[in-house]
Design a protein around this ligand. Structure first.
Ligand SMILES: [Zn+2]
Length: 403
């Protein structure tokens, strides 16, 4: 045995309940766990004595005595969250209750065979140590590390499995690499699954069947089915980017034609805007172009907010195609919510309106009767929050928290 102590089953239940919900009083906790108040109180007292649970102020309920609220103690340590996308990476230090203490994002290219896992992960490790230091923390303060990657993952081994986008990452041991700097356990999952699990905690598990759809460099989807992440038979569930939305569409990098990713993701939006600008169709796009006359998503969004017809048409087309793909998915899966995330959400409300319109037009009335389509409330921290939730969830499951 090392210095990590195992939790009793009752303690684990209380901690998991506190983690997945808002702070709770002792009575709420007993009710939620279907335990007697005295039993719950005994467990809570033991957890407080160990420094695992903290009292965080009172809440008044009607005319009764104010109830002391409980949550997992923030003095326990910190979590490291690493969200690796196809073209960017974010590293953050979080409290056990998912407050972000420090965050840094920068561009990386995991598709570049010259970089590979050792370059990208070494950078992540350096950033993590810098962020910890900035908050006066050490590597030994880290309770667990959660990492999201844009490819299929074997969670047991924390390794990627034949990732189509990431040369050199298949069978590379992320755990061994991180172990050089951190003794904390490392958990890895697909970047869409971590977004889904982050959303699930944000919602305090109040929604059981939903999708998190990311539109950025590519298009992907995380699935929560009956309150759990759904991964599919071989871990590739939610790979919606290559659903065909136009049989006469352009060729996609996957080899097929008319994939929604090739036609509606960020590169397609930027390319169409660039072409329109170069044809002289839009004065607004010209004004928002960068130094070398290049247009990015922010520029297209800015032109759209000024009412530029060309920018609006491009955004609506992208939203319509994403909605067309989602209509089929919604008919098949019947979720109550679809949360949109990724860089496309920065483009403004027009994209969301087009997605909604397209889904409602094409889906069966029964599947859309109670369907909510909205941008995620986590904004661009969805990946980081999700990686943190993954780390904390797996740590709690293992029952091995620091004494
Ligand atoms: Zn494709």
């Amino acid at each position: 045995m090392d210095s990590w102590s195992s939790l009793a089953a009752g303690e684990q239940l209380v901690l998991e309940s506190l983690f997945w919900s808002k702070a709770a009083s002792r009575n709420e906790l007993a009710l939620r766990l279907r335990q007697s108040k005295s039993k719950a109180n005994t467990v809570v007292a033991a957890l407080i004595a160990q420094g695992l649970v903290a009292e965080v102020g009172h809440v008044l309920h009607g005319t009764g005595r104010p109830a002391e609220m409980l949550r997992i103690s923030d003095t326990l340590g910190v979590l490291l969250a690493i969200d690796i996308g196809a073209t960017s990476m974010s590293v953050a230090v979080l409290t056990p209750n998912m407050s972000i203490l420090a965050l840094h994002s920068e561009e990386v290219d995991v598709r570049d065979a010259q970089q590979g896992p050792t370059v990208v992960l070494a950078r992540a490790r350096t950033l993590a140590l810098t962020l910890l230091e900035r908050r006066g923390k050490k590597a030994s303060d880290v309770l667990a590390i959660g990492i999201g990657v844009p490819g299929p993952v074997n969670m047991e081994s924390a390794q990627l499995v034949n990732p189509p986008l990431m040369p050199g990452w298949g069978d590379f041991s992320i755990r061994d690499f991180m172990r050089d700097s951190f003794s904390a356990p490392v958990f890895v999952d697909n970047d869409m699954n971590i977004r889904a699990i982050g959303e699930l905690r944000q919602l305090h598990r109040s929604v059981s069947n939903f999708l998190v759809v990311k539109v950025g460099t590519g298009i992907g989807c995380g699935i929560v089915c009956e309150g759990k992440i759904y991964r599919g038979a071989t871990g590739s569930a939610g790979d919606v980017g290559h659903i065909c939305v136009d049989i006469n569409g352009p060729r996609c990098h996957c080899g097929n034609v008319g994939c929604v990713e090739a036609m509606a993701a960020r590169p397609a939006v930027e390319r169409l805007a660039q072409e329109a600008m170069e044809r002289g169709d839009s004065e607004a796009l010209q004004r928002h172009a960068g130094k070398e006359g290049a247009l990015d998503l922010a520029a297209v969004g800015a032109a759209s907010r000024e009412g530029d017809v060309v920018a609006n048409r491009i955004i609506q087309r992208s939203g319509m195609l994403v909605g067309q793909m989602l209509a089929s998915v919604v008919n098949f899966f019947n979720p109550s919510h679809v949360f949109l995330t990724g860089s496309i959400v920065t483009i403004g409300p027009l994209f969301l309106a087009a997605v909604r319109q397209s889904i409602y037009q094409r889906s069966l009335a029964l599947s859309t009767r109670n369907l909510h389509v909205q941008y995620t409330s986590l904004g661009d921290t969805g990946g980081i929050t999700g990686a943190g939730v993954l780390a904390m969830q797996e740590l709690l499951k293992s029952g091995r928290l620091r004494p």
